[in-house]
Design a protein around this ligand. Structure first.
Ligand SMILES: C[S@@+](CC[C@H](N)C(=O)[O-])C[C@H]1O[C@@H](n2cnc3c(N)ncnc32)[C@H](O)[C@@H]1O
Length: 185
């Protein structure tokens, strides 16, 4: 188990936000960071890049329903045969790597909420493995480029995976997040 780290302005893996110039990755009051393991357990391939209109985190939508902007997913051409059949799909699950996020927070105080919450109770990009997920509407596929609506990430965010969204099994209309009840999206 990692030891609890002292509060501080930045962790070694917490890059400064070059575009905004602010210390967006520092600890807020009440947040707790832990010491990260010294070694990784696995490695992965970035299979492409996501292009969006947003260059600064504060300009990004907070979630996948926060903007109708068309975004493009540029797949590494080596994987293009993997898109076969995807043209019949209306919505895709996109998994992407929040490459600007710190990875050591266990307790967080998101800017728009007053209370502290555990990392695994949040959709914050700051997590041990900063994997993000969104369900996006697939507009079209042209070669290795997908146009989608329903993303919330910075321009050039690395892409990890594309999967078809199955409403029959992925949708849970009565699912609840108790602490978020009544707050809207
Ligand atoms: C709350 S997260 C949700 C991500 C995803 N929809 C999910 O639920 O897993 C979205 C926020 O992550 C931040 N963000 C976007 N792209 C990022 C990146 N490449 N690295 C770090 N943070 C990023 C922005 O502040 C954005 O509003």
């Amino acid at each position: 188990m990692g030891e609890t780290a002292k509060s501080g302005k930045s962790a070694p893996n917490a890059p400064q936000d070059a575009q905004s110039g602010d210390d967006a990755y520092g600890l807020r009051e009440g947040e707790i960071a832990v010491e990260l393991p010294t070694e990784f357990d696995a490695s992965l391939y970035y299979i492409g890049r996501i292009h969006t209109p947003w260059r600064r985190r504060e300009d990004c939508p907070k979630n996948a329903r926060g903007s109708d902007a068309a975004c493009t997913v540029e797949l590494d051409p080596r994987w293009v045969a993997g898109l076969t059949g995807l043209e019949t799909v209306s919505h895709v699950v996109l998994l992407y790597w929040m490459d600007q996020a710190r990875r050591d927070l266990v307790l967080q105080s998101p800017r728009h909420y007053a209370e502290h919450r555990g990392t695994f109770a949040l959709r914050s990009p700051a997590r041990p493995n900063p994997i993000a997920v969104s369900v996006a509407r697939l507009v079209r596929i042209e070669g290795n480029t997908l146009t989608v609506v329903g993303l919330d990430c910075l321009d050039n965010t690395p892409l990890l995976d594309i999967k078809p969204y199955f409403a029959s099994t992925d949708s849970v209309p009565d699912a609840q997040v108790g602490w978020h009840a009544g707050r809207g999206s």
